[in-house]
Design a binder for this molecule. Structure first.
Ligand code: CTP
Length: 408
């Protein structure tokens, strides 16, 4: 059933977590190709099946293709609760394909007797359905009414298509083809962004400069802002390379390639290599400006009254990237200033040949290192500074990327 090597008409940039509900219809055989196409497009897929769907496609097939165990029951095995609330909150989008008449009816009337419906009722993300029914079932007044009820609740419908049906009849009711479904999700969720398909390099977190094998010079950067930017860029279809200093943070959007580094030197190497093929570079990392000139090979003992560590400057990565910037590429830097902030940021913009500087505020409560919120000003070339309000770092990431889109 699965043909290897056939070209897909979608880019690999549907970086979304898809909760795929498969209900009992002969079209469930297409769920295998659908899972494969979603995964190939860059999505993470969690399959939830109804019991009836098992008659048409095996859970093993869908688990193998999605790389995740398939779930069916609210309570499975030895009393294991499959947490529908968590599953529904995990998802960026829920897709029910195929949607049978029975599952449609349960959705329309909130009849919650299986995991798929429990997930649907718990979903806070956009929900799509791809109905699949035979001719008269699809034409039936109850089907029409139920689909209208879902539409009124903002559930998006894909298909069905006209054609030959399982019964041998010809007409409306065929589930849309998997690539058409993936294309629709892609167009709705990603397609309109100017970052769609763009290669982006984002640096995040702080660097650590070794003093001896035990100690280092570091800074308070948490990496939250850079990770929020990486997640949002990937959501918009960008092909994101994230270069991160040491942090416990994890990205939440699929499809982000990550390089972990420790020192400014390692960050410079990674960024310079990856920048060559990047359309947009955002240097949000707090790179150390200085590092110990000599790193002690064994732990420094505290026998002396004082310790003097000689420091030497690190490479200014943003400046290097600015000096070598190819035409049409966009370079964004961050700045943290304590006095004459906008003038200093403007100077940094010109000195480092950046296109935009995101000026961080330390003065405002809730902004800066470690917080979940931030308040920034966008300093561009020949334009007035754009003052953004105090927002969550995710909202700030959206606003920064909205602005970057206007520059592309
Ligand atoms: N940066 C960099 N490489 C460094 C230091 C900083 O690429 N070695 C980048 C940061 O990622 C950020 C921008 O430069 O995007 C601003 O860094 P900042 O330390 O605020 O400014 P500096 O240029 O170092 O100037 P100053 O210390 O005088 O404020």
């Amino acid at each position: 059933m699965i043909v290897s090597g056939d070209p897909l008409p979608v880019e690999r940039n549907l970086h979304r977590k898809v909760l795929l509900g498969v209900s009992g219809s002969i079209a469930a055989f297409k769920a295998a190709a659908l899972v494969r196409d979603l995964v190939k497009a860059g999505a993470e897929v969690q399959v939830v099946m109804t019991r009836a769907a098992h008659d048409f496609v095996t859970p093993l097939t869908l688990a193998t293709l999605s790389g995740r165990p398939v779930l069916t029951e609210l309570i499975s095995g030895e009393g294991t609760w499959n947490d529908h609330v968590h599953l529904a909150r995990w998802a960026d989008v829920m897709l029910i394909a195929p949607l049978s008449a029975n599952t449609l009816s349960k959705m329309a009337h909130g009849q919650c007797d299986n995991l798929l419906i429990a997930c649907y009722l718990s979903a806070v993300c956009p929900v799509y359905v791809a109905p699949a029914m035979d001719l008269e079932m699809y034409r039936d007044a109850s089907t029409h009414t139920n689909l209208e009820l879902l539409k009124a609740r903002n559930v998006q419908q894909i298909g069905p298509e006209r054609g030959e049906l399982a019964s041998g009849l010809n007409g409306e009711g065929r589930m849309s083809e998997p690539d058409a479904i993936v294309n629709r999700l892609h167009a709705d969720l990603v397609g309109s962004s100017k970052l769609n398909g763009k290669r982006m390099l984002i640096s995040a977190g702080g660097t650590q400069e070794a003093i001896d094998p035990v100690r280092y010079i570091g800074n308070r950067s948490s990496g939250k802002m850079g990770f929020a930017l990486a997640d949002e860029a990937a959501r918009r279809g960008a092909l994101v390379e994230l270069v991160s200093g040491p942090t416990a943070m994890r990205t939440t959007t699929p499809g982000i390639a990550r390089t972990d580094v420790v020192s400014a030197e390692q960050m410079a190497e990674a960024c310079k290599t990856l920048a060559v093929s990047s359309d947009v570079v955002i240097m949000s990392a707090a790179v150390a400006d200085f590092r110990p000139k000599n790193v002690a090979t064994s732990k420094i003992k505290k026998k002396d009254a004082a310790l003097h560590i000689e420091l030497e400057p690190t490479e200014d990565i943003l400046a290097t990237l600015g000096a070598n910037k190819a035409a049409g590429r966009l370079l964004v830097g961050f700045a943290l200033e304590t006095n004459d902030a906008e003038a200093h940021a403007q100077g940094k913009l010109e000195r480092k040949n950046a296109d935009l500087i995101v000026l961080n505020s330390l003065a405002d409560a809730g902004a800066g290192f470690g917080h979940d919120t931030n308040k920034v000003t966008l300093i561009g070339k020949g334009t007035k500074p754009v003052h953004l309000p105090l927002m969550t770092k995710s909202e700030t990431a959206r606003a920064i990327l909205d602005h970057i889109e206007t520059l592309l």
